[in-house]
Design a protein around this ligand. Structure first.
Ligand code: NAD
Length: 473
């Protein structure tokens, strides 16, 4: 844990395991309410001087952190793979994505502009200032454990906020490595504080109850997000929430089904399906169904499941055995309700992988609304395919979910693309595009997928208050 510029070197610890092997990768200090309170005090003391720095100085430090992260990409990716499981190639991509947020917000720091407004009175002038909200309490998940850190640290630091961050209990080590880089880049003591914990509840409670925390930023499940939102309401704190999803992936009748299947195979099994924007319902026009399923099955059955450290691995483990059980349960439930299993459908039988949390990439056809997988986030390597006949019906079906994070559409018609883009009630829509994300683009959802945006021009707004000055002259 990093509190007020000092790394803790004694106290109870918890172990961190490699999900591919079950081996212990390392330990982290087990923090609780007292450490969180100390971290909030440190962040609160550091706020006046950090927020009083010029944006140029803050930008310079973020630029340096970006350079260090890129320089150490390989080392960070190796750690990320061992702690989280994703294939090395994906870990390198995620680390670069994490660094991109530092660079983007280094630049955005200098673009926090105010405003001069016209007044109805000749003797009055209006000026609008945008000021940092103060101490931020952040909580991040394990599925993208480095990029979700910088997506919060970057804008908070650029805006002039100080921060306490709690990473997921499965992935504290990559957080420690990231905080070391920021410290080395010159972030002053107390401006960034890291509290690792095996039990997240006391940390979240302290963020809510301590009046000095003025904003909470959370990425994780909808259930925890709603609990934090209720508490933030009680204490009237700013909050932004990046929560779960249940993305539709629509293959229109005018799409190329082979190209769409290629996209589906790539995006569904990325991070072993453990992504908030992972497609959960693949709606395929009945006329395109057979070629789509044939191509998808060909591609998915060729995916190599294994330890992410092996460069040949295409699909790594799930985060733990509970995640495997959840996926197995959804698949069993779907098959019991009439789904057709086209490939996978079981834990990996490879003898070398028995100690890891592996599940075979799976395709289910004939999925229908009676199945758990139709409404519950899977967070695993299962493609659920549903045939449809009518455009209006499929838009209604796609929108018929409590979530609203990402949606995907494959079509060769510009007017169909525009129609779907406008009609789908999601924060992000990929049109013939399986990766509609970048540091420069606003990421976030609506409905049960949360509120607020990260990245893009909007990302820094979450960390700024607007102040109006009225001057009588
Ligand atoms: P989770 O909600 O269990 O955990 C996320 C974080 O919340 C972890 O740091 C955890 O320790 C913490 N947490 C859990 N209970 C808490 C409590 N009572 N008080 C305070 N903190 C608490 O979710 P998860 O299973 O780790 O992550 C997966 C979820 O995150 C999925 O639903 C996924 O869709 C979502 N997610 C969303 C985005 C996005 O940008 N929208 C990105 C990644 C993941």
């Amino acid at each position: 844990m990093l509190i007020g510029g000092h790394w803790h070197d004694d106290g109870p610890k918890f172990a961190v395991f490699n999900p591919a092997t079950g081996d212990r990768v390392g330990d982290a200090f087990d923090g609780g309410a007292a450490e969180t309170a100390a971290a909030i005090s440190a962040a609160s003391s550091a706020f006046p001087s950090w927020s009083g720095q010029t944006a140029f100085k803050r930008a310079e430090i973020l630029h340096q952190a970006y350079r260090l992260m890129v320089e150490r990409k390989e080392e960070l990716a190796q750690l990320l793979t061992q702690e989280q499981g994703k294939p090395l190639r994906a870990a390198r991509v995620e680390t670069q994505y994490a660094a991109d947020f530092l660079l983007w917000f280094a630049e955005q720091a200098k673009r926090v502009y105010g405003d001069i407004l016209p007044s109805p009175r000749v003797d009055q002038r209006f000026m609008v200032l945008r000021q940092p909200v103060g101490v931020v309490g952040a909580i991040t998940p394990w599925n993208y454990p480095i990029s979700m850190l910088t997506r919060k640290l970057g804008p908070a630091l650029a805006a002039g906020c100080t921060i306490v961050l709690k990473p997921a209990e499965a992935t504290p080590l990559i957080a420690i490595a990231t905080f070391r880089i920021l410290q080395e880049a010159g972030v002053p003591d107390g401006v960034i504080n890291l509290v690792t914990a095996s039990d997240p509840a006391p940390v979240g409670k302290m963020y809510l109850e301590d009046k000095r925390v003025r904003k909470i930023t959370f990425t994780g499940s909808t259930a925890v997000g709603k609990m934090l939102a209720r508490g933030a309401g009680e204490h009237m704190k700013r909050i932004s929430l990046e929560l779960g999803g249940h993305a539709p992936f629509i293959v229109c009748k005018d799409a190329d089904p082979i190209y769409a299947a290629k996209g589906a195979a790539a995006v569904k099994f990325l991070n072993t399906g453990q992504a908030c924007i992972s497609p959960n319902r693949m709606y395929v026009h009945r006329s395109a169904l057979q070629p789509f399923l044939t191509e998808l099955t060909n591609r998915v059955s060729r995916l190599t499941v294994g330890n992410g450290l092996d460069e040949k691995t295409g699909v790594g483990p799930l985060i733990n055995n509970a995640a495997v059980d959840k996926v197995a349960n959804q698949v069993r439930d779907a098959v019991d309700h009439g789904a057709e299993l086209l490939c996978g459908g079981e834990r990996s039988s490879n003898a070398e992988l028995v100690n890891g949390s592996f599940y075979e990439p799976t395709i289910l056809a004939n999925v229908n609304p009676d199945m758990l997988i139709y409404t519950e986030e899977t967070f695993g390597p299962v493609a659920a395919v549903i045939a449809y006949d009518d455009d209006d019906d499929v838009i209604a079906m796609a929108n018929d979910t409590a979530y609203g994070l990402a949606a995907y559409v494959y079509t060769n018609s510009l007017s169909t693309a525009m129609r779907y883009f406008e009609a789908l009630r999601f924060g992000i829509v990929g049109i013939n595009d399986i990766n509609p994300t970048a540091a420069a683009a606003p990421f976030g959802g609506i409905k049960d997928s949360g509120m607020g945006r990260e990245g893009g021009r909007e990302g820094i707004d979450e960390y700024l208050d607007t102040k109006l000055g009225g001057f009588s002259i």
